[in-house]
Design a binder for this molecule. Structure first.
Ligand code: ACO
Length: 324
């Protein structure tokens, strides 16, 4: 049996921190109280003009390589989950590959909006366990601030910029649920929900980058109502249950969505990793940012069973179980 084992983890956040009060002071008709009460968000990091998605992704990747004690030449697969690439093409993943000085292997972007990191872990896992690659950098990197309509207070207060990364390594093992590595992953999508969360631009429509549009209540309802299927499938496929879980690391969109989901699944609140207060919603970057935070503060330890889970535009959603 072959397994994809997490051997390193890293993250990068832009220096500029914007608090809820800063937004109100900049003329957005909102308040710290409203944002905290509805979302749990207190602040977010916003990238400078020169801090593109690939710049953030490269920094996170370097931190993950450092953590793993590896050098860029050890990597033969780079996947960057992003909906905010530097350019329409080439991919941000190839830009990151070049910035790290990697000359071998292959790199590509993966676009599943907020579910991107879960999709990327599942994809890397398939390459690693079937011999298609030996060591993968799996990155979530986003600059959602560039897609926001700063005149729309119902969306612009929710998002932030950042990047996180893990290094996955193919290793032989017994293949039991006690062995380290990605135990299972389950992905789903349903494109009929397109208009509930989308960007109103792109080369095929307006020829502009466009701005993010969202029906917040519909997204909320779907997020809480739909996560259970992939999570239950991921548990079933790995032969584990919610009782075995050490940490639940969901996509960080909204504290209320996260807590309602955890309650519904019978996951104790103290097992839930929350970073949305500090980072806002960083889309595909939110899970690796949260994994890195929980690992660095000593919560996630080797051998812990960790569930990652996300839902994003499309809708796309997925869950993966990792024995850290
Ligand atoms: N500040 C102050 N008031 C606001 C703001 C704001 N930033 N935004 C909206 N309001 C007002 C509205 O205009 C409305 O006023 P009205 O009653 O006078 O018309 C009132 O607050 C209530 O607005 P609602 O949209 O009904 O508020 P709701 O309780 O639904 O909360 C929210 C909105 C936070 C967006 C919620 O629907 C939500 O969290 N949805 C999930 C969206 C999400 O997380 N998306 C992330 C992307 S998808 C993903 O990652 C899963």
């Amino acid at each position: 049996h072959s397994r994809s084992v997490v051997v390193g983890c890293g993250a990068y956040l832009p220096e500029t921190v914007v608090t809820n009060t800063d937004l109100a002071e900049r003329g957005i008709e909102t308040s710290d109280e409203w944002i905290v009460q509805r979302t749990g968000i207190r602040q977010r990091h916003i990238a400078r003009a020169d801090e593109t998605t690939s710049v953030l992704g490269t920094r996170a990747a370097m931190a993950a390589l450092d953590d793993a004690g590896l050098s860029p030449a050890d990597i033969d697969l780079v996947i960057c989950a992003t909906s905010t690439p530097d350019h329409t093409f080439p991919s941000s993943a190839t830009q990151i590959q070049a910035a790290l000085g990697i000359e071998g292997g292959f790199a590509f972007d993966l676009q599943a909006v907020c579910a991107g990191f879960v999709y990327a872990v599942a994809t890397a896992d398939r390459f690693l366990t079937t011999g298609g690659a030996k060591r993968a950098l799996v990155i979530g990197a986003e600059t959602f601030s560039r897609l926001l309509d700063w005149e729309d207070r119902t969306t612009c207060v929710l998002f932030g910029d950042g990047a996180g990364a893990i290094v996955l390594e193919a290793r032989e093992g017994e293949g039991t649920s006690a062995d380290r590595g990605v135990l299972s992953s389950c992905l789903r999508s349903d494109g009929r929900h397109r208009t509930k969360l989308y960007v109103d631009g792109g080369p095929g429509s307006t020829g502009t980058t466009g701005k993010l549009r969202m029906e917040g209540r519909e997204v909320f309802r779907f997020a809480v109502g739909s996560v259970t299927d992939v999570i239950e499938d991921a548990f079933r496929a790995s032969g584990t249950t919610a009782d075995d879980l050490a940490w639940f690391v969901p996509h960080q969109a909204n504290r209320r969505i996260i807590e309602a989901s955890a309650d519904k699944l019978g996951i104790a609140r103290e097992k839930v990793v929350l970073t949305v207060d500090r980072h806002g919603n960083t889309s595909a970057a939110s899970i690796p940012l949260a994994l890195d935070a929980a690992r660095r503060d000593g919560r996630i330890r080797e051998g812990d069973l960790v569930m990652i889970e996300a839902i994003g535009g499309g809708f796309t959603w997925g869950a993966a179980l990792i024995r850290w």
